[in-house]
Write a protein that binds this ligand. Sequence first.
Ligand SMILES: N[C@@H](CCC(=O)N[C@@H](CS)C(=O)NCC(=O)O)C(=O)O
Length: 215
Amino acid sequence: MVVKIYGHPTYTSTARVLVCLEEVGAEYEVVTVDLTKGEHKTPAYLARNPFGVIPALEDGEFKLFESRAISKYILRKYKGSGSDLLQEGKIEESSMVDLGVEIEAHHYNPAISPIVYQCLVVPARGGTPDQKIIDASVEAASKVLDVYEARLSTSKYLAGDSFTFADLSHFPYTHYLMAGTPYASLITSRPHVKAWWEDMAARPAFVKVAAAMRA
Ligand SMILES: N[C@@H](CCC(=O)N[C@@H](CS)C(=O)NCC(=O)O)C(=O)O
């Protein structure tokens, strides 16, 4: 029985989960949910995720949604088949992973996602990007990335000297920022952030999942 991910590999939250599965070498199946056809709002899908967003996980009888919760489930279930990306059992190290994931979810993601949305999604739907939203988001992202630059000048990764889920969780939006917007300099102008991203982007799991993404 393989883990099933209901989602779509081009969407960021699904990509986060797929990178985890690739990192641990788990067997999995993607059950495509086509957002353009509204498949995420059908009663069948709402039974998997009542908020009507992708992804959702099914592992035998067990069901879960929210990409970061699914990611942690996968990393816990397959701990031992790869590196320990949650640092579980080590109270300070695992707390640093939690901190990095919280910062990604509540500071990084809200600053970067509007840039990606305005530069990639809006034009793809025939619209014109709102430069005011982009400018405000670039300013917000700069402040967050200054914090990252300081942090990454004292340790190779966000939670310490090992690559963890705190780093991995940044992958989907950073991929689209770098590959699909004119704002890659947010990353490349900061030497430690640039080295951190280049190191992550070269990981085989990232390369494989990125190949199925849009930009
Ligand atoms: N916090 C959720 C966010 C999920 C989310 O917003 N998914 C997007 C695609 S990346 C979605 O399904 N959007 C469809 C919609 O909002 O109608 C998670 O991490 O799983």
